[in-house]
Write a protein that binds this ligand. Structure first.
Ligand code: ZN
Length: 182
């Protein structure tokens, strides 16, 4: 079992753009990864985290909007209803906020960590977060929803951040510019 602490991968890392593959065996190492992902999500004040964000291209996500922790394996959206637009941030795209139009109500099928099938009907913020995390499994990021003009601004901002020394911390105001970190 891997004991190394997980680390958030940021924009520019190829792992964030790769399509994840389904988990075949829901075993102790899978459960271990999910609990480490949840710990990291809480430590970063996030409300959702997908495995590619920690460098693992497997279909696993954790979500907690304050009403309980979901650990979902191989999640699939089976139905969508309505529309909502929420301003989203992403732990892997620091300092960036994008208004994303998504379904307001979704039905999701997944496996839990005991390999039992689960069906979740989510709406509002929970639906938004689950859709954001499932996007990560497809290699999709919030930047992809931005207008061309905003995309240019974001790229410039992220390049500027990358050129800073690795140890230099992102200023608090920049890192927390978006209320929702997913
Ligand atoms: Zn994200």
């Amino acid at each position: 079992m891997e004991e190394t602490a997980l680390k958030i991968r940021v924009f520019g890392d190829a792992v964030l753009r790769k399509k994840s593959i389904p988990v075949k065996n829901i075993d102790s190492s899978c459960r271990d990864t999910l609990s480490k992902m949840a710990q990291l999500m809480y430590a970063q004040s996030g409300i959702g985290l997908a495995a590619p964000q920690v460098g693992i291209n497997r279909e696993m996500i954790v979500v907690d909007i304050g009403s309980g922790l979901y650990k979902l394996i191989n999640p699939k959206i089976v139905s969508k209803e309505g529309r909502q637009t929420i301003e989203e941030g992403c732990l892997s795209v620091p300092g960036v906020c994008v208004k994303v139009k998504r379904a307001r109500i979704i039905k999701v099928r997944a496996m839990d960590e005991s390999a039992r099938p689960v069906t979740i009907k989510a709406q509002g913020l929970l639906a938004c977060v689950i859709q954001h995390e499932i996007d990560h499994l497809k290699g999709k990021l919030i930047v992809d929803y931005a207008s061309l003009w905003k995309k240019l601004r974001i790229t410039k901002h992220l390049e500027g951040m990358r050129s800073k020394s690795k140890d230099e911390k992102v200023p608090e105001s920049e890192a927390k510019s978006c209320k929702l970190q997913l």
